[in-house]
Design a protein around this ligand. Sequence first.
Ligand SMILES: [Fe+2]
Length: 408
Amino acid sequence: MQWNDEVVGLWPTPIFRGQVADLSVLSHFAQAGASETATGDDFFSKDDAPTGHLRETITAAVNAHFDHLDIRPAPAWRLQGRLERLAYGESRGLTNAPGAYLSGVVYIQTPKDTEALHLRKDNRPGMLTLFDPRPGFNMLSIRNDPYRDQGLMVEPQPGLLLMWPAFVNYYRHPNLSRTPQLGLFFDVVPSDDAAEDAQSSLQWDGDVHDMWPTGLIKRRLPGYDQRNRELIDIIDEMERENPDLTTDFNVDRLQGSGHTAIDWLMANIKDSVSAYFNQIGMRYPISFEIRSWPNINRFGDYHSPHNHPWCYLSGTYYVQVPEADIDQASHEALTPACISYYDPRRGTIAYDFPPGSRSSPVYTVRPVPGALLLWPSSVYHFVHPNLSTNKRYSISFNIHLQWQEHYL
Ligand SMILES: [Fe+2]
């Protein structure tokens, strides 16, 4: 485990964007689209050369996707697709593809001759928007917050291939041209036959954008050893005065305590928050307040999955993390005293990809004394039980923004 002061981007959503190499195949489908309405999901059942070219192009993208996420071996899959025509005034969305691994489109015909209309300035007829799969992540966002913009809008062009994880919701803006917009929409679905697809003579040569990562900072504070001994004394004293200190939860206990060790920790939290804002691109003055509280976990104590409403960032500083006293080798699934974070992207846990791939929906950290973790408050996390008879000490905190006009 590295404690390197860098914001780690967890659970990015890869969006693949490329081009069909042989654009001459598009006219074949433009003719088919003029005479047919939706063709069902049997697009790839045809055996002609233009269909074969699109199949190979998409297959190269699918293989690149599983490779990109370290999903090895890739699961068995097959393609299904349909030619979709968007007539004047028609739109689609929001929608996604339950049960599929991936979805995408190859645009065939993308008319630009939108009639002169008096539209809202944010109207973009004919475009495609992919939505951040973490609904509500932008609810508290301020200027330059990477979570603020929850839509990725793409302008269709003939031959453009776009592919995204199937849980992502997309929206097709209304077509306001008298010429229909045509696209081959496809899904990559689980299959029983590993050899059915997956072979392509083409190499993927498009782009991959890892969209919407969730930031977590991990650092180890310099000089923690001496300070941690002082912090243990302070927390023990607080518990002597209030035996319900950690069972009767209150989020604002450490403010104004006047101890040097507490001041040291607060200064480090401030530095860490500033480093976090700086690294994610929010490089302007941001005022915030820290509300913090101590935790003492005795044998068996844990904290069920939860998040922290009404604040911007949340974190924990680790003071003492004892080793487990029970035989962990005989309990494979145990991760005593760890903290696990859960993928906030809706729908991702429907897949069962091999552990260790970048698709794993759970990110577990084994804390060490002096470690500080900081993450967006909306992320759910679980504090695993302390399985040592020694006490585990930590200090948790929330970061509340103090409003300023320049945040917008
Ligand atoms: Fe928490």
